[in-house]
Structures are given as C-alpha cells and as structure tokens.
Design a protein around this ligand. Sequence first.
Ligand SMILES: Cc1ncc(C[n+]2csc(CCOP(=O)(O)OP(=O)(O)O)c2C)c(N)n1
Ligand SMILES: [Mg+2]
Length: 328
Amino acid sequence: MNSLATALTPDGLIEIYRVMRTIREFEDRVHVEFTGRDIPGAVHLYAGQEAVAAGVCSVLSDDDYIASTHRGHGHAVAKGCDVTGMMLELYGKAGGLCGGKGGSMHIADFDRGMLGANGVAAGGVPLAAGAALSAKVRGTDQVSVAFVGDGGANQGAFAESLTLAAVWQLPVVFVVEDNGFAQATGTRFHLAGKRVALRGEAVGIPSQVVDGYDVFAVRDAAVEAVERARSGDGPTLLECKADRFYGHMEGWDQQAYRLTSEIDELRSARDCLVLFTERVLAEGSVTADELAGVDATVRARVAAAVEEARSAKDPDISELLTDVYVSY
Ligand SMILES: Cc1ncc(C[n+]2csc(CCOP(=O)(O)OP(=O)(O)O)c2C)c(N)n1
Ligand SMILES: [Mg+2]
C-alpha cells in the first residue's frame, strides 16, 4: 500500500494532478501544433509517462537538480519550468527559456535546478552524477536526479555513472524510464538481462522496479530514494515502467513496431491521469469539480502559451553569437 503518498494533503494531491495534467495538455497541444509545422526542430512527446516526472519531482525542492533526456518536456514542467517560456522555446522565439536557441531538446532552467534536456542518449546521466558530486563536495543537502530511457541505459556513460555514484556514495537518484522502446527497437531486442534494475544491484545500489503509471507508487519510491540521498546514504536506481502514447518523434514515426490496438489499450487502461482520478475520487480525497477546475485552468494556460509563442518575435540577429560560452 502506498502509505506515504496516501498521506498527501488534498492540496498536495491537486498539485500532483495539476502537474500531470499540464504535461498532458502541453504535449497534446504540441502534437497538434507540430502537425501544422509551426514548430521547428525535433520534438519527442512525453505523454503517457507523466506519473514518473510528477511523482519524482514532487519530492524535490527548487535547489535540487534534475538532468533530463531528449523527451524532456515532462521533466521540465514537473520541476517548475514556466510553460510559456517552454512553449516559446519550442517555437524558437525570443523570450523562450533559452532565448529560443535551444528548442525542445535543450530546454534548461538553472533557477529551477533543471540542468537541461539532452540530445545525447544518457547524456544527462553523468551531468546529474556530477551535480551530485558537486553538492557532496560543497556540503549541501542537495539531491540530483538523472532521468534516462531504457535505450539510454545501454550507454557506457550510464554504467560509468552508476559505478562512480556507488563508489563515492553520491546523492543521486537514477530514474530509468522503460517505455518499451528505444526508437523502434523493443526492449526484448535491446535489453540485456531481465531488468535495468539489476545493473544497479550489481554495483550495490538499492534498485527497484516501479509501476510508472501509478504516481503514488512512483512518489513513494522517490520519497525513500531522495531521503537516502539527502541523508548521505548514497544513490538509488528506480526503473519506472510506462509506455509513451505517441510515436518516438513527431512527424516521423509510423509506429509499425506496435499494433494500433496496443496503443488503444494503453490509452484506455493505463492512463496515469485516469488511474489517479479513479483512486482519489473513490477515496473521497478531492472532488470531481476540483479536478475539472484544474483541467480548465491548465487548458487555458497552455492555449495562452501557444498564442503567445505564435506571435512572439524571433531572436534578434544581434543575439546570434551570444550565450555560446558561460562565464563563471
Ligand atoms: C548517443 C546517442 N546515440 C543515438 C542517438 C539517437 N537516438 C535518439 S533517441 C534514441 C532512443 C532512445 O531510447 P530511450 O533511451 O529508451 O528513450 P525514449 O526515446 O524511449 O524515451 C536514439 C537511439 C542519440 N540521440 N544519442
Ligand atoms: Mg525507451
């Protein structure tokens, strides 16, 4: 039983729902907008996996770090990045979170501890481990989270990061999001060993498989992992299983590798928002009206972000060579 998560206050439950709903609405709108080809660059949607980002980030503070993946919108929203700034960034407009120069795969917001989405599979994992090392050396109680896909977990950088995190007992949580595929390649073809969690166990890192559709299960696992990291007891690996609703990448993927009926079943039986709603209404923790209110607010907020992004200015030509190097 998810005792810790169940202990959430009604406000806490509403907040988790708001985060998941914002991610879903953001992704559904981007899917539509991308079809009109208003959005440049490559876009990978996170819909279906919302409970992972929302559950994990619900136990982090602004000072904690996350490093994300190419499928990073959900992580950014859950860590508190501004939705309008994100939308402007996707559209490549001035006023975007990174000045419109990064786009979907490079959203970062250091004020929120969001170290960045990453076009390199598993590229964020050593960054998160490095941020954890930095926190340890500086003697803060900050925790760092590395999000990585099942495919990315095959990268050497993932194995190296696990080893160093274990040896140095770093305050890092590795969150492996197993959505069943690396592009078009199913885990049954690319996953060596039965579970990625075994790779954590192999180097002495407490590791567990978590139902990634159940935000309560994710949150409970994250509470324990973050507490372990914050109290100096080292890393944890959470292997969260949740499939994506859309194709690998917008405008590109015909999804010949899975049946339409499988996608229909995923959307109808394993939608984290529906599962959350059924549970909290059955428990009487919040009302249907409260959730409908969140839906309406989120819809309006994302619609306003799209409108603003459509009419925003491109970055000025004078900005072309700025932000190339960081001054410390
Ligand atoms: C180092 C590297 N190799 C290959 C790619 C091309 N690529 C982009 S996404 C992807 C699959 C990633 O799969 P996974 O880590 O499971 O993430 P998912 O797309 O399922 O969220 C690959 C191989 C890349 N971005 N980086
Ligand atoms: Mg994957």
